[in-house]
Write a protein that binds this ligand. Structure first.
Ligand SMILES: NC(=O)c1ccc[n+]([C@@H]2O[C@H](COP(=O)([O-])OP(=O)(O)OC[C@H]3O[C@@H](n4cnc5c(N)ncnc54)[C@H](O)[C@@H]3O)[C@@H](O)[C@H]2O)c1
Length: 387
């Protein structure tokens, strides 16, 4: 018997457009969902490019105006995979039109925008998902389970880094991710937001923080993203970089833990080093996205002489989401984090079960990002004022 369709309308079609389309295409294959996601329509401003994306990704139709997508009554979910500057307007319009919303991170450009997005969703009663997909790596979910079960006891330290190196070349152009008016902030909002989400998920809320930010290359040729993290440069013109290349900050968590965070796109050799280590009174956990199936676990009550970090390949049927894919040891990858996230969201749309992170998480994350910028400017510890 065929299941009801959940019709997806996507806005944007490059890096995340590809990741999200792929996840939706394969979702019904791996998960026993109550509805079948259908790639109904995709929108982008360039007709040739959006037509090609529709064909490649498998969308039934395309449009060059995202507003028309939102007006269609044959679309249930609007999935926003555009640069950050467009998130608020699109998400609010989608919610007001009664569509469920998926939005890429960071939720917004400012706290004020993020709050308006949350309000629009609450008012219209639709569900909203924020795409911090790394929460949904099985090893991260296992880390959460161990912490919630008290296996680490009281948490003392969170050490989180997101290290990349893709803009180190001074000739890498001034793409949207380096322009404040389109992105909001640099490494902070792009990758710092991810490790903050992981820390909030695993450990709890940040109380106050002290931050510093740096822009190493202040002028670059103009250019634009061309898919993935690649770009095309126009060497004849240059512009000023007005966002951070790197950020570092210390935090106190509300539960007393101490956090040390670092996000940079200038860590040579680190292509996508999203890592954390968490130390508690009874043990420690370590995770690194580039070996994302592995969780390193140290438990204080292991037998003396046999203590040490053990490496768990989180692919056993008992591990979160692992039973949806392959037999133990047959590893999964980056794209599966989106599938696990979307499967949870799709299920929540049908049975009302919780699905995080949502726009409330987005507002909280945005409040921390805002406090980081404030602290870097004042050179003082600043308290996070949640809205
Ligand atoms: N969750 C993750 O791991 C992750 C990874 C990368 C990017 N992101 C986030 O995803 C979003 C998109 O990033 P990306 O890497 O896919 O960018 P990208 O540059 O690869 O693609 C952006 C897309 O948006 C389209 N677009 C831009 N402005 C538009 C508008 N006004 N109307 C319609 N379409 C518009 C572009 O044509 C392009 O298709 C950003 O918010 C980014 O922070 C998240």
């Amino acid at each position: 018997m065929s299941k009801r369709a959940l019709r997806i309308g996507m806005i944007g079609y490059q890096f995340m457009g590809k990741a999200h389309s792929h996840a939706f295409r394969d979702l019904d294959f791996f998960f026993d969902l109550p509805v079948t996601p259908v790639l109904q329509a995709i929108a982008g401003r360039n007709e040739g490019a959006v037509r090609q994306a529709a064909e490649q990704y498998g969308f039934a139709s395309y449009d060059t105006d995202w507003r028309r997508l939102i007006e269609r009554d044959d679309i249930d979910v609007i999935d926003i995979v555009t640069p950050n500057v467009a998130h608020a307007e699109m998400a609010i319009a989608a919610a007001q039109a009664g569509k469920h919303v998926i939005c890429e991170k960071p939720l917004a450009m400012t706290v004020e925008e993020a709050v308006r997005m949350r309000e629009a969703v609450e008012k219209s009663g639709v569900r909203a998902l924020l795409c911090h997909n790394y929460r949904y790596a099985p090893a991260v979910q296992l880390a959460k389970r161990l912490i919630d079960d008290g296996r680490l006891g009281r948490i003392y330290h969170v050490r989180a880094q997101y290290l990349q190196d893709w803009i180190m070349d001074p000739n890498f152009p001034l793409v949207w991710r380096l322009r404040k008016e389109v992105t909001g902030s640099g490494a902070l909002g792009d990758i710092g937001a991810h490790i903050l989400d992981l820390a909030r998920f695993l450990v709890g809320e940040v109380r106050d923080l002290a931050a510093t930010m740096e822009t190493f290359i202040k002028e670059r040729p103009l250019g634009e993203m061309s898919g993935g993290l690649e770009a095309r440069a126009d060497r004849s013109q240059t512009g000023n970089v007005d966002v951070d290349d790197a950020v570092a900050f210390l935090t106190h968590f509300e539960n007393g833990a101490l956090g040390v965070f670092e996000a940079t796109r200038f860590a040579a050799g680190n292509r996508n080093g999203n890592r954390f280590e968490i130390n508690g009174e009874r043990g420690s956990l370590r995770w690194d996205l580039e070996n994302m199936n592995l969780l390193h676990v140290y438990l204080e009550d292991d037998e003396p002489g046999l203590q040490g970090f053990r490496t768990i390949n989180c692919t056993e049927p008992v591990h979160p989401f692992a039973d949806k894919y392959w037999p133990a040891g047959h590893i999964i990858g980056y794209e599966h984090t989106f599938m696990n996230l979307f499967a949870t969201f799709v299920k929540s749309l049908v049975d009302g079960s919780p699905c995080k992170p949502d726009f409330e998480d987005g507002v909280r994350n945005q409040c921390i990002l805002d406090t980081v910028e404030r602290s870097a400017a004042t050179k003082q510890w600043e308290t996070v004022e949640y809205r």
